[in-house]
Design a protein around this ligand. Structure first.
Ligand SMILES: *Cc1c(COP(=O)(O)O)cnc(C)c1O
Length: 401
């Protein structure tokens, strides 16, 4: 997206504003599909939690993507967006048996990640096939808060407990139709990832009715110029061959699945925010914008980097700024950033704002959540209007005091 276009959108829809470009989503989707073109049956299930606007989900439907969901509400969003239940996989962690049963009743593929639920579910519904989430105890991700495959992680059934899974399957007569892992975000080391996949192949060989292996996600995207990211093409070369070999040995062409969130939508998103104040202090110059961690929490939550540029002054001399939000707590988007000289009223653009940005936004400080705009076929569409004061009070009931 070019600068002028983004500025026009900020003008037209106001700020703060999220903008998503479907062309970039399609590009990323095709990159994975092309990397795995040698696998006869490949299926991508977009991880809804990254960006869950229903129009984005409908766009994924057009791409022939399935969905990866972690709550019954995400399942409902997917169904509302027009997905068939068979295109949805549900991978909850720590949710109640009631919710899992309710999702299974809709015909959605269930993925179970603990032994006690597996046993309860198998006893009550031996006829509903389930996928099992294995924890291979391989640390593939970056930040410890987003690495979920290591030994202390709460996710998945430990690889060391596979004998126990067999016992549950025998005792209940249930059927395991898929094997899954998701080792965490920001994978850089393909060899480590491949080691985890080998573990899954071993597990899959132990079950007779596997229809798919789901290797999760965690593909890293670039955040700055020259940043390293998951080499998806290289992963395609290495994993496709192993997968096809597995299928031959297994005696069936099963599906290879991934469930990327960030890889598909991160770079498609731009967050636009206007500068309210420029404040010189003894140590730095602050640029304070009309937003905060209520709208984009990733920098405060896990130190994520979002490139920030000044759309309003492209020719300006570069200066150093700390870009901060208006929340009445430490609320830093970026420190010591080199940005073209900022004046009050300028519009700043935060990159990589497609994944885990709006979907984590809140009304903290009683602020409205931003509007969302989708660029599709070069046209712009408002896909979520900016909230209003009525929205803040919508669910509150007045009682007589
Ligand atoms: C969050 C999540 C994903 C998506 O992870 P990304 O790093 O955004 O690609 C995939 N699968 C499961 C089970 C998840 O919880």
């Amino acid at each position: 997206m070019n600068r002028e276009h983004l500025l026009e959108l900020a003008e037209k829809y106001g700020s703060p504003l999220y903008v998503y470009d479907t062309a970039i989503i399609a590009r990323q989707y095709e990159r994975i599909m092309n990397a795995f073109a040698d696998v006869p049956h490949i299926q991508l299930n977009y991880a809804v939690k990254a960006l869950s606007n229903i129009n984005i989900l409908r766009f994924f439907k057009q791409l022939n993507s399935g969905l990866d969901t972690v709550s019954i509400q995400e399942v409902q969003l997917g169904l509302t967006a027009g997905f068939d239940p068979s295109q949805i996989i549900y991978t909850p962690n720590g949710v109640s048996l009631d919710e899992i049963e309710a999702v299974a009743a809709k015909g959605v593929q269930i993925n179970i990640d603990n032994l006690s639920i597996l046993e309860l579910f198998g006893q009550k519904h031996p006829d509903i096939p389930v996928c099992i989430r294995i924890n291979p105890h391989i640390m593939a991700g970056g930040n410890s808060k987003i690495s979920v495959g290591h030994i202390d992680s709460k996710f998945g059934i430990s690889i060391h407990q596979v004998p126990h899974i067999h016992r549950v399957v025998e005792n209940t007569g249930m059927n395991i139709n898929g094997i899954h892992m998701h080792t965490g975000s920001d994978i850089l080391d393909i060899d480590t990832f491949i080691r985890a996949t080998e573990i899954l192949f071993d597990v899959a060989h132990q079950f007779k009715n596997i229809n798919f292996i789901d290797f999760g996600s965690g593909f890293k995207v670039p955040y700055k110029e020259g940043d390293i990211c998951t080499d998806i093409e290289q992963l395609g070369v290495q994993l496709s061959e192993r997968f096809n070999t597995f299928c031959k040995k297994y005696g069936k062409d099963i599906a290879l699945m991934f469930e990327p969130g960030k890889f598909l939508v991160s770079e498609a998103g731009y967050f636009l925010s206007k500068v309210n104040v420029v404040k010189q202090t003894t140590s730095t110059v602050f640029a304070g914008v009309d937003s905060g961690f209520n709208h984009l929490i990733r920098p405060m939550m896990y130190n994520s980097y979002h490139h920030i540029s000044n759309l309003s002054n492209p020719e300006g001399r570069d200066r150093y700024y700390s870009v901060v939000g208006y929340i009445c707590e430490t609320d830093t988007f970026g420190s010591n950033r080199r940005i073209a000289e900022i004046s009050e009223g300028d519009v700043l653009c935060f990159k990589n704002a497609g994944a885990y940005c709006f979907s984590m936004a809140s009304n903290y400080n009683s602020r409205y959540r931003p509007a969302e705009v989708m660029i599709h076929d070069t046209k712009d569409f408002l896909i979520r209007r900016r909230e209003t004061f009525e929205d803040l009070l919508q669910h509150q009931d007045l009682v007589d005091l």
